[in-house]
Design a protein around this ligand. Structure first.
Ligand code: NAP
Ligand code: G4F
Length: 337
């Protein structure tokens, strides 16, 4: 039986990855930070909370990182914990740099010292491509981050490559494009949309208020993406891989897909902050735009090329963006019943 340690186990990806590894027969350990009201709701929703070995862990506490790596005899270490919300990274830039950048080298260095044989996965991100220098984006595309989050993740990405090359560690970095699910955090745009539309479908009257509707994202299903993470660590040689669908969609079109899944017929009208959407069937206003949700610098377009992952890992995304929007909208509708 293999043993895996997952940081960020209470997050969206941590929960799906823990489930995948338990199903494969792993002993799963997870790092959780101290908060006043422990919240393991995603792990409970997947019915696995009781099967996890929890450890105190905070990305900003190097001594704790060192101790947990000494204590747990792990074969694989998945570093999924992060300050993962791009918008907040302009408000908490130093914390974001510590959690998403510096903590990566603290983990790698503790592994190098205590367990150099452990295989390591770093959660890198398409946000590193930022102002994209090539379309579609692949492993070799030049990075141009557009947020303190993206900048911190670039450090994590390069230090993972550097420890692999310097110390021959099995350290891989997954450059994952946006992946969503019914377990997605409520502030991310997809879940914000599906939750608000589900409430409207139940008779509510509050439109969802969004920022830039023209941004494009390559959205996949988180359940597919954690399978790719695991496959990276099963390779003989560590490497970096893009996981993406190769399809890009505007925020506006994601709203359309989610609305249609809830039997609405959205009609968009107006421009900029005056743009609205109304459901033709009920006549209700379902969307407004506010300056408040625009970012100081935007990533306008993301579209990934997953050819290397397909070829080397045999990895394919299985859920289309339309099916994803439907899955999330229906789950939120059922959850609000
Ligand atoms: P998420 O749902 O926001 O989960 C983040 C996890 O990190 C949570 O378990 C959170 O714990 C934990 N965490 C945050 N700050 C911490 C700290 N200081 N110490 C210890 N744990 C801390 O994120 P996700 O969507 O699962 O993403 C997983 C990873 O992939 C992140 O590194 C993210 O940046 C990266 N990524 C995500 C996507 C995507 O589209 N989802 C794409 C590319 C890369 P609490 O539960 O206590 O908050
Ligand atoms: O859903 P988002 O907040 O995700 P974003 O910024 O792309 O980041 C996510 O994906 C990254 C991978 O590329 C991860 F690394 C990161 O951890 C996270 O999981 O925003 C998506 C887009 C942006 O262009 C944003 O400006 O949606 C636009 N948007 C428009 N209105 C909004 C809103 N985003 C949010 N969160 N809320 C809005 O009201």
């Amino acid at each position: 039986m293999k043993t895996a340690f997952i940081t960020g186990i209470t997050g969206q990806d941590g929960a799906y990855l823990a489930k995948l590894l338990l199903d494969k027969g792993y002993e799963v350990h997870g790092g959780v930070r101290r908060i006043s009201q422990p919240d393991r709701v995603r792990l409970e929703q997947l019915g696995i909370a009781q099967r996890i070995h929890f450890h105190d862990f905070d990305l900003t506490e190097p001594n704790g990182i060192f101790r947990v790596i000494r204590q747990v005899e792990m074969d694989e270490f998945y570093n999924l914990a992060a300050q993962s919300f791009v918008g907040t990274s302009w408000e908490l830039p130093v914390y974001t740099a510590q959690a998403d950048g510096l903590a990566v080298v603290q983990i790698l260095d503790a592994l190098r010292t205590l367990r150099p044989e452990t295989r390591f996965y770093q959660a890198s991100t398409s946000e590193m491509f930022g102002l994209v220098q090539e379309v579609p984006q692949r492993e070799t595309t030049r990075l141009y981050p557009r947020s303190p989050y993206g900048v911190a993740k670039v450090y994590g990405h390069y230090i993972t490559m550097n420890y692999r090359e310097s110390f021959n560690m099995h350290a891989s970095s997954g450059i994952l494009f946006n992946h969503e699910s019914p377990l997605r955090g409520k502030e991310f745009v997809t879940r914000k949309i599906t939750l608000a539309l589900a409430a409207l479908a139940h008779g509510g009257s509050e439109p969802v208020v969004l920022g830039n509707l023209d941004a494009r994202r390559d959205w996949g299903f988180a359940g597919d993406y954690v399978e790719g993470m695991w496959r990276m660590l099963q390779q003989d040689v560590a490497d970096d891989y893009v996981l993406a669908t190769g399809v890009t969609t505007t925020i506006r079109d994601f709203v359309r897909y989610a609305a249609e899944a809830l039997d609405m017929d959205p009609v968009f009208d107006g421009e900029g902050t005056s743009e609205t959407a109304t459901d033709r069937k009920s006549g209700k206003k379902i969307l407004e735009v506010s300056e408040k949700f625009f970012r100081p610098a935007e990533v306008d377009l993301l579209i990934g090329d997953p050819a290397k992952a397909r070829e080397k890992l045999g990895w394919e995304p299985k859920v289309s963006v339309g099916a994803l929007a439907q899955m999330m909208a229906r789950a939120d509708y059922d959850g609000l019943k």
